[in-house]
Each structure stands twice: as structure tokens, then as C-alpha cells.
Design a protein around this ligand. Structure first.
Ligand SMILES: NC(=O)c1ccc[n+]([C@@H]2O[C@H](COP(=O)([O-])OP(=O)(O)OC[C@H]3O[C@@H](n4cnc5c(N)ncnc54)[C@H](OP(=O)(O)O)[C@@H]3O)[C@@H](O)[C@H]2O)c1
Ligand SMILES: CC(C)CCC[C@@H](C)[C@H]1CC[C@H]2C3=C(CC[C@]12C)[C@@]1(C)CC[C@H](O)C(C)(C)[C@@H]1CC3
Length: 598
């Protein structure tokens, strides 16, 4: 190999085709004409790589630190991702259970085997496969018949002695769980970076205050924005804080009760699977009983309306204290416990975005609890209080028709989340997001106090929507809910058990991580079918409030922006993780949310 940078036998880092992940490989030969190296992975997989996909090991070593503190989180050298690529059929459970994506990895603390180099972050393209919207099951079957077929997609050659039979998949899975370290992918800063984080930290609380004050105006037209600010001390009410704390503690008590199912989370990059108590529906029923008992004993739920700002302020204080606690404890966490992108080194950015992936107090999962319980159930309780306030304020014998529609639709949404609580364990926040101010504030303040804006608006602004408008609202809610539930459940089921017979009709694309991507069914219509359903429901919640003001449309506007942003974050993250397989998915399913439009 006269003109090659590396010699036969050299240990180097080779980029996995189509991704930004680098694995340690040994050089076998160099072809000067094509300028390609033939390299071998530690597990014996041989692969031809372009010269530019080979890097010196020393460029990685400055980031190869590990200070694991628990054996379950230890790292060691990786095998090649081809371990799972061999599993050409997307129906392979073992492959599907392979360690989760590189997005859970952290910069600066990578293990030795699978890394992302400093200069090439997010350039996961390269060898994109030729597959374009073909029948993947057929493809998978052909691959099984001809083992080289799938491999040639990635230009793979496997040593005969290493071709472990599929029957060993359980053993293989176990080994992978123990041995594969997280990939270290440098995640670009999000939300406008460091300046953006400062902006959001200040803007979000102020925005909630302004919007709530605006909703309390007799005429909440845009021309009256911003509303006059009340004296700051009027926002503080220790009684309101006591009630907020009582509610959160009551929810925490319900969460820890040994009632209901213990569900498995998705495998962490250590291979470990956390357990989650998914007794959300029980918590909803117990909360209903407790609130009914309180009302029976004389509690006046219209207090929620008359002290809306004070309750929101108290929740805000709790969310700030919680965020400070989360940030402080994350400083003591092992690097393995941090979320990708949660360790930028900038205090404010990390405080905002959240550092630790799964902060737990003993078995109590703070992120899961906050996302699913006090805020969501608090939102329903607030809605009930607002419906009673509407009756009181407008002298009605029963809540108005728009109010009934809004609170029934939203109650259905929340109860559905709690009934299907396990499905939340395969969503982006649970899988990849650190728990910091953004989620703490989002869960405890933003969700209960801005998602109830339609009901809050209706208390002081009676509307009489036409029957067709109300009918459209009901139709949108039903269609939206159907799409939302079916698509979320389909993905959750597939991620949990890709061999599930109920999914046998679905096609999927295998990826180098071992997990596959659904490419038919709901996930073959658009790339975010669950967002489509969610957005239709959001529309249904605003329509009954009429078109006179923007306020009841606040949720739809914010939510559209949030989902567009989330969609693009998922795209970049999946591009980093799945590389050419994701590109293939995007080619096969070109539309993101609305078929034929976007
Ligand atoms: N009401 C609200 O305020 C609100 C706010 C945000 C979200 N939501 C709702 O929450 C739900 C979850 O949303 P999310 O943002 O977490 O997104 P999601 O679509 O549930 O999760 C995204 C993840 O799904 C996996 N995935 C993507 N495409 C796939 C495919 N074709 N086959 C298999 N797996 C695939 C990927 O993870 P892996 O490959 O790593 O498994 C991806 O990172 C949605 O219904 C959304 O509408 C509601
Ligand atoms: C502007 C910021 C404060 C944004 C904060 C974002 C959070 C409010 C959301 C991020 C993920 C969201 C989410 C739900 C609620 C809102 C978020 C926490 C969710 C619990 C709503 C019910 C759904 O059925 C769901 C369980 C799928 C959903 C999960 C994601």
C-alpha cells in the first residue's frame, strides 16, 4: 500500500456507512485505484471504506473518558454495528432490542469503540442505499435467502466463522447490552443555543403571565395587548402554593402505590431497562374520587378561576426549585446518565435543556412522573373548576355547549394518555431529552395553565358557535384521536416487539443500529402521523370558542410551531442515528405531517 495513510494491521477509526458513528477497525488492505480500505471490525466483519471515512485513533482519544459508577453502566469496546445489520429481516426481536440510539450518548465521555469524531458531526450521509420505496418485506425475505444481499447494501463482508446463527440472538443481545458503549455524537445546540436558552428562560414565564392576564381582560383583542401588569406581590399567595404542593404530593403518593403495572422502558445504552409504574389511569380515578370528596366536604373549585394567576405563580416557583434541584444533582451524575446535548458546558443552556436523562430518587422517576401526572391531571381539574366558574359567572344551570365540548375533548386526550401510559416510554422526551427547566416548566406550568386557555377564555367570553362548526369540531376530534392513537400505538408496539404478529403486515427498513424503521402502515403515510392526529385534535379544541379572538387558538399556534420544531429535531437525530436508512425512509415517505402537502 505505497500511497496509503495507514498500513496493514493499523488500528484506526472507521465511519459506519451512512452514519456519523466511528468504530475501531483494523486495516487489512488498501486499493490505490479506488482509494478504499478494506477493514475488519473486532467481531470479524469486513467492510470497504472510503479513505475519507478512516481516521486516526488519536483524534478520538482525547474524548475517551469514562467514569462509570455502576457496573450496569460500564463501558467496553464495541463490536461493529454490522452485528445487527446481518439481521436482514426487520422482524428480528433481538435486533430490535439492540442498544438504543447514539442520541443517548454524550460528548466528551465516550467509550473506546464507537465514536463520533469532532470535525464530522452530523454528516451522516455517504453510502445511501438504493432502496426506494420498495417492498421491504420482500427485500427482507430476499436478504434471508441470500445473506450477502443485505450486506452488499452496506458493502459488508462477513467472516464465515463469525456468522452466528440467528438462534443465538438472545445471547447476542445480552452481549451487546453489556459490551456496546454509547456512541459519542456531538449534538448541535438547540433552541437558539446559549443566547436562545437565556431568551426562553425569561420569555416563557413572562409570556404565560401576559397570556393569562390577557385572557382575563373583558376585551382580549390583540389591540389591547400587552395587558396592564398587576403589582407583583398580588401574584403571590401562600395558600395557592400550599394547594399546588398538596396536589403534587398527592399525585406522587398515587404514583408510588404498588398498584398497576410495572412497565419496561426502552433499553438504555448500557443495555439496562428501567422500570416504570404505569398506573396513570388509577391515579386519574383516585384523583377524581379525592376531588369529589373535597367538593362534598365544601371545597369550592371556582377558587381555581379566581386564583388562577396565583396558582400559576406557585407552580412556576415549584418548577424553578425543581429545575435547580435537577441541575445540581446532575452535576454529581456520571456522564453515562446525561442526555445527549445536555452537557454543553454552558450553565444556563444546560439548566434550560436539562442534563440528566432519567433522574430518579430511588425508583421514583421524576421526568416520567412530572410529564404524566401533576400537570396533565391538574389540567383536567382546572378545566372542571373553570366550567363551574363559567356557570357561576354567567348564571348558567350547566356549562355551555362549547365548554362541555372543550373539556370533554381534553379529558379524553388526558385519559387516553394515562390509559396508554406505557406508550409514552417510546416517545422522544422519555428516550432522549434531559430533564431540566424546559420540561419542568412545561409539565408543571405550561401544560396546566396554557392548555386550559380555551376553558379560561369561555368563562368570561360566552360564544355561540354554529351547529356546523360544532359538528366539524366533533368530527375533527374523532378523526384526530383515531389517527393519534393508532399511530402512537403502532410505533410503540413495534419498538417493544417487532415480531408482534399484529404487525406482521407492516414493512420496515433495517438500520445499522439493529432497530428498524416502519415504512408502511401509519408510518408509511407520513413521517409523523401522530402529529397529524394531534394537530387535528388541537383544531377541534379551538373551533368551539369561535373566531373572535386569537387567545383560544393559542394552543394550536404554539403546538404547530412545537411540532414543526420537534419534527426537525427528530429528523436530525434520526439522521445521526440511522444515516442512510433514515434517508431511505425519507425518500420512501416524502411527506412529514400532511400527506401531499408537507
Ligand atoms: N400535546 C402536547 O403538548 C404534545 C407535545 C409534544 C408531543 N406530543 C405528542 O406526543 C407524541 C409523541 O411525540 P414525539 O415528539 O415524542 O415523537 P414520536 O414520533 O413519538 O417519537 C419520535 C421517535 O420515534 C421513532 N421513530 C420515528 N419514525 C419511526 C418509524 N418510521 N418507525 C419506527 N420508529 C420511528 C424514533 O425513535 P427511535 O428510533 O429512537 O425509537 C423517533 O425519534 C405525539 O403523538 C405527539 O403529537 C404532544
Ligand atoms: C414551550 C415549552 C415550555 C415547551 C414545553 C414542552 C412540553 C409542554 C411538552 C413536551 C412533550 C409534551 C408531551 C405531552 C405534554 C406536553 C409536553 C410535556 C404529552 C404528555 C401530552 C399527552 C399526550 O398523550 C402524550 C402523552 C403523548 C404527550 C407526550 C409529550
Amino acid at each position: 500500500m505505497p500511497t496509503s495513510r495507514f498500513q496493514r494491521g493499523d488500528s484506526v477509526m472507521g465511519r459506519w456507512p451512512g452514519s456519523s458513528l466511528y468504530y475501531e477497525v483494523k486495516v487489512l488492505s488498501f486499493d490505490g485505484a479506488s482509494r478504499q480500505y478494506t477493514v475488519v471490525y473486532k467481531d470479524g466483519t469486513e467492510l470497504e471504506l472510503k479513505e475519507q471515512d478512516i481516521m486516526n485513533i488519536s483524534s478520538f482519544q482525547h474524548r475517551s473518558r469514562s467514569r462509570s459508577r455502576s457496573p450496569g453502566r460500564r463501558r467496553s469496546r464495541s463490536r461493529s454495528p454490522a452485528r445487527t445489520t446481518r439481521r436482514s429481516s426487520s422482524r428480528s426481536a433481538a435486533a430490535e432490542k439492540a442498544p438504543p440510539s447514539s442520541r443517548e450518548a454524550k460528548p466528551k465521555d465516550s467509550g473506546e469503540g464507537c465514536l463520533s469524531p469532532p470535525p464530522q458531526v452530523n454528516k451522516g450521509n455517504g453510502n445511501s442505499s438504493k432502496h426506494e420505496g420498495k417492498d421491504n418485506n420482500a427485500e427482507s425475505k430476499r436478504s434471508e435467502a441470500d445473506p450477502d444481499r443485505n450486506q452488499t447494501r452496506y458493502n459488508l463482508r462477513r467472516r464465515k466463522e463469525d456468522a452466528a446463527p440467528e438462534a443465538k440472538s438472545g445471547e447476542l443481545q445480552q452481549k451487546r447490552s453489556e459490551e456496546v458503549p454509547a456512541a459519542s455524537v456531538l449534538v448541535p445546540l438547540d433552541y437558539g443555543g446559549k443566547i436562545g436558552a437565556v431568551f426562553w428562560l425569561l420569555f416563557l414565564p413572562v409570556w404565560v403571565l401576559l397570556v393569562l392576564l390577557q385572557a382575563g381582560l373583558k376585551d382580549p383583542s390583540l389591540t389591547n395587548f400587552p395587558p396592564p401588569l398587576p403589582p407583583l406581590e398580588s401574584l403571590w399567595d401562600p395558600h395557592a402554593l400550599g394547594l399546588v404542593l398538596l396536589w403534587i404530593l398527592f399525585q406522587a403518593l398515587l404514583y408510588i402505590l404498588p398498584v398497576g403495572k410495572l412497565s419496561d422502558g426502552m433499553p438504555l445504552h448500557s443495555g439496562q431497562r428501567l422500570k416504570y409504574r404505569t398506573n396513570g389511569f388509577f391515579a386519574a380515578a383516585a384523583s377524581l374520587a379525592a376531588v369529589a370528596a373535597a367538593v362534598y366536604l365544601g371545597a369550592d373549585l371556582t377558587y381555581i378561576h379566581s386564583h388562577f394567576l396565583q396558582l400559576a405563580t406557585a407552580s412556576f416557583l415549584v418548577s424553578v426549585l425543581l429545575s435547580v434541584f435537577l441541575y445540581t444533582r446532575s452535576r454529581l451524575a456520571a456522564p453515562e446518565e446525561l442526555a445527549a446535548g445536555g452537557n454543553s458546558g454552558n450553565v444556563l443552556y444546560d439548566f434550560f435543556k436539562g442534563r440528566e436523562l432519567n433522574p430518579r430518587l430511588r425508583g421514583f422517576d421524576l421526568k416520567f412522573f412530572c410529564e404524566m401526572r401533576p400537570g396533565l391531571l391538574g389540567w383536567c381539574l382546572i378545566n372542571v373548576g373553570l366550567a363551574l366558574a363559567e356557570m357561576k359567572q354567567q348564571g348558567l344551570p350547566a356549562p355551555s355547549c362549547p365548554m362541555v365540548l372543550v373539556i370533554v375533548f381534553q379529558l379524553l386526550y388526558v385519559l387516553d394518555s394515562l390509559w396508554n401510559e406505557e406508550a409514552v416510554l417510546t416517545t422522544m422526551d422519555l428516550l432522549h431529552e434531559g430533564f431540566g427547566f424546559m420540561l419542568a416548566f412545561g409539565d408543571l406550568v405550561w401544560v396546566p395553565f396554557t392548555y386550559s386557555l380555551q376553558a379560561y377564555y369561555l368563562v368570561g367570553h360566552p360564544t355561540s358557535p354554529s351547529t356546523p362548526l360544532l359538528a366539524a369540531s366533533v368530527g375533527l376530534q374523532l378523526v384526530g384521536y383515531y389517527i393519534f392513537r393508532k399511530s402512537n400505538s403502532e410505533k410503540n408496539r413495534f419498538r417493544r416487539d417487532p415480531t408482534d404478529p399484529q404487525l406482521a403486515h407492516l414493512k420496515s427498513i433495517p438500520t445499522a443500529t439493529g432497530r428498524s424503521l416502519l415504512v408502511s402502515g401509519w408510518w408509511g403515510v407520513v413521517r409523523h402521523p401522530n402529529y397529524l392526529g394531534d394537530l387535528l385534535m388541537a383544531l377541534a379544541w379551538s373551533l368551539p370558542c369561535g373566531l373572535s379572538h386569537l387567545l383560544p387558538w393559542h394552543y394550536l399556534i404554539y403546538f404547530s410551531a412545537l411540532l414543526l420544531h420537534r419534527g426537525s429535531r427528530i429528523t436530525s437525530a434520526c439522521m445521526r442515528t440511522y444515516g442512510s436508512a433514515w434517508e431511505e425512509y425519507c425518500r420512501t415517505v416524502p411527506y412529514r405531517i400532511v400527506p401531499g402537502v408537507y
